[in-house]
Design a binder for this molecule. Structure first.
Ligand code: NCD
Length: 464
């Protein structure tokens, strides 16, 4: 029996699995292409005959939903869709948790899109069939990343050691968050060109540096035009080479392999009147862009001039077309079709999530600090436990199980001794010794209010 697999983050897939998806997608493209329209799958197979995909979309979508449904149809399966929360039981107040439990009885795989960060993970905890994240708030959009990387391969780029510039709303764009993790894992140099005030979220930057082996290069020159790169994360599979790379400009001089642009994610910002950069052919005149593949997850709403559409570097419509073969390959992998031919290395399971959890009932102790996390949704919150990964090391932290936002300061309380402490270095000890006995609070005052106190020696130190 196949193990239940979910894709809620691009990090649920190993590099091997990503490459496997690409080789299967490549095969679909070759075998099933429309002879009259390049990049288009024009024929269907019957591998998924009898299987059903359900798309549950709580936010607008064109490409993701239609290409997932097309992918299932091209594989020979069927698809059902709840594309408008106003016409589903969500309008009556039904929770996502209940909906996925029900829909698991109707379909063999669920694709979920939701405005809340971490919604896909919540869905995965309640579904009895695989869940694929079709975009959850500002968290991640892993299957878009598969399309993005696959496009680069199709554009003749090698996946390793790319120079990739990313421009626009780095804070609100879930596509960018999945993309940068994947780029780091393929040892790319990631060049940031954020719109004003739209830098990568702090926790994404922290993970790139601390978990994905990235180092941030300093700028050496101060001159700034609107095509200049603000910062570069470098990753290398040969660590000694990191010391050879001294600054941003040396890296940029080598040329930019891909430029990734996104729209201003206005639905995720309260201030909608932001100053947002536009890319046009004048922008791309700079020598560093001469061989650049121009990517955009679409929709574009003005930040990418339509005069670029006929430019051979513009890869964004091909990128959207590849949504079909890529999602066919992912569905095939997840449902275990075609195992004999293409999936020899696939042993039927994702990596196990064996990191230590902190897990408490919703009303108890610390809750995720990200206000857009699914745990704060009025109808979903009661279905979401206070669940965190405990990340130890030099900068210990709690990582929300759902939206993966980190909390760096908290109070750890021991139910047996009735003491608490705010020293986060105690997390390791707490995991080792008292896993069952600890309660974590957001602030010392919350711990005190719940009847815990600082140990005597700490009280003395605090008053000294
Ligand atoms: C993206 C999304 O939904 O995050 N769209 C898509 O799936 N291709 C990008 C966006 O909406 O800006």
């Amino acid at each position: 029996m196949l193990q239940l697999r979910h894709v809620t983050s691009i990090n649920d897939l190993t590099v091997d699995e990503i490459e496997m998806i690409f080789s299967l997608a490549q095969r679909y493209l070759k075998d099933l292409r429309d002879p009259n329209v390049p990049h288009r799958i024009g024929r269907s197979i019957s591998d998924a005959q009898g299987s059903v995909l359900a798309s549950l979309f709580y936010e607008p979508s064109t490409r993701t939903r239609l290409s997932f449904e097309t992918a299932m149809l091209r594989l020979g399966g069927k698809s059902i869709s709840s594309a408008d929360p106003a016409t589903s039981s969500a309008a009556k107040g039904e929770s996502l948790a209940d909906t996925v439990r029900v829909a698991s009885n109707y379909a063999d795989v669920l694709v979920i899109r939701h405005p809340r960060d971490g919604a896909a993970k919540l869905a995965a905890t309640y579904a009895s069939v695989p869940v694929i994240n079709g975009g959850d708030g500002a968290h991640e959009h892993p299957t878009q990343t598969l399309c993005d990387l696959f496009t680069l391969v199709q554009e003749g780029k090698s996946l390793k050691h790319l120079n990739v510039a990313i421009q626009g709303d780095l804070k609100g764009s879930r596509t960018i968050h999945s993309f940068v993790y994947a780029l780091a894992r393929f040892n790319a140099n990631i060049m940031l060109m954020p719109a004003k005030g739209m830098d990568l979220p702090h926790h994404v930057d922290w993970r790139l540096k601390n978990e994905f082996n990235c180092r941030m290069l300093p700028r050496t020159r101060n001159e700034k035009d609107n095509t200049s790169v603000d910062a570069v994360y470098v990753t290398s599979d040969k660590p000694h080479q990191l010391s050879l790379i001294s600054d941003v400009d040396t890296k940029v001089k080598k040329g930019i392999d891909a430029m990734y642009v996104t729209r201003f994610q206005k639905e995720r910002w309260t201030d909608k009147s932001q100053d947002y950069p536009t890319i046009d052919s004048r922008f791309l005149k700079d020598r560093k862009f001469s061989k650049t593949a121009l990517l955009h997850p679409l929709p574009r709403v003005g930040e990418l001039d339509i005069s670029l559409d006929s430019d051979p570097r513009a890869a964004y419509f091909r990128q959207a077309a590849f949504g079909v073969p890529i999602r066919m390959a992912l569905i095939a992998l997840i449902l275990g079709f075609d195992r004999e031919r293409a999936l020899k290395r696939y042993d039927g399971g994702f990596r196990h999530d064996d990191r230590v959890f902190y897990d408490q009932a919703p009303g108890l102790g610390i809750r995720c600090a990200n206000k857009n996390c699914i745990v704060h949704d009025t109808s979903e919150g009661k279905h979401a436990r206070n669940r965190f990964h405990m990340i130890t090391g030099p900068s210990p932290r709690l990582r929300c199980y759902y939206c993966e936002t980190d909390i760096e300061t908290f109070a750890i309380a021991n139910k047996k001794t009735k003491h608490y402490d705010t020293d986060s270095a105690l997390l390791r000890a707490a995991i080792d010794k008292h896993e069952r006995e600890i309660l974590i609070f957001a602030h010392a005052t919350d711990a005190e209010a719940a009847g815990f106190s600082l140990p005597k020696r700490r009280r003395k130190a605090a008053s000294a």
